[in-house]
Design a protein around this ligand. Structure first.
Ligand SMILES: [Zn+2]
Length: 255
């Protein structure tokens, strides 16, 4: 596997997900524990991919054939992996990333097939991206949907997610929640107002640059591993910012 080939050549952070097991799965509590374990308090999350990778989670892109899925995750040889759909809005991808983190943390031993697993992972993602303390400090009361659309950038979430989180902590009444939900639905499901710029992985950008300078482009690695080059490109699609040859490496023009 491509990831093992990289592991043999580059040191990457170890998985940092050893947590005290909980008697009852409580997604809000689990999100707070992971945040505390990672030492990020209740601060908003900047680059989600970098945060996950710094804590030893291997982040890849879904292959084209599996892009009907939102995302998935798994443990392999004690290493956690998350596969993201990088063709969706960045807000959606960030939510999916922490939804999968929720599965990795809460459902490693029980599996994620049970009825409540999806709801638990969504609640984990919401609580992880928008800790209650910070939400309450930043939004003392509900003003308008436009205000939510302006504020959502702080947490890097969709306006719909912020609306949901504020209703969960009862800072928005059910009445206003429903009104916002309907108004956002009219804007369109795949259109995000005030959208985030794309995020990419620092680790992969560095590794790919280094491989290039060693004369090992993905095409050569694919040949060595006996894999189609497209497969490696797909795995890093949208995750690494420099899938092409870096500018400095460009061959001089022959005039
Ligand atoms: Zn799920």
């Amino acid at each position: 596997m491509f990831d093992d080939w990289i592991s043999d050549r580059y040191g990457r952070p170890e998985a940092n997900l050893k947590l005290v097991p909980m008697n009852e799965p409580n997604p809000v509590e689990a999100a707070a524990r992971v945040r505390a374990h990672w030492g990020i308090g209740s601060r908003p999350i900047g680059n989600a991919i970098n945060l996950l990778e710094t804590n030893g989670i291997r982040v890849f892109s879904l292959a084209e054939e599996t892009r009907h899925l939102d995302a998935y995750s798994l443990w392999r040889d004690e290493k956690p992996y998350i596969f993201l759909n990088m063709t969706k809005t960045m807000e959606r991808t960030r939510h999916d990333a922490f939804h999968e983190l929720g599965h990795l943390v809460m459902h490693r031993h029980t599996g994620s097939k049970h009825k409540m697993a999806e709801f638990e992972a969504d609640t984990f993602a919401s609580a992880f991206l928008m800790p209650e303390e910070d939400l309450k400090a930043e939004i003392p009361y509900f003003r308008s949907l436009d205000h939510l659309i302006e504020k959502k950038r702080r947490w890097g979430v969709s306006a719909a997610s912020l609306n949901f989180a504020l209703n969960r902590i009862q800072r928005i009444s059910d009445w206003n929640y429903r009104g916002n939900y309907i108004a956002l639905g009219k804007i369109g499901k795949s259109v995000e107002p005030n959208p985030l710029p794309p995020e990419t992985s620092q680790i992969w950008t560095k590794i790919l640059r280094d491989l290039w300078t060693r004369g090992l482009p993905l095409s050569r690695i694919a040949r060595e591993l006996n894999l189609p080059e497209k497969e490696l490109n797909d795995l890093l699609f949208g995750i690494a910012s420099t899938l092409d040859k870096p500018q400095v490496e460009r061959e001089p023009h022959v005039v």
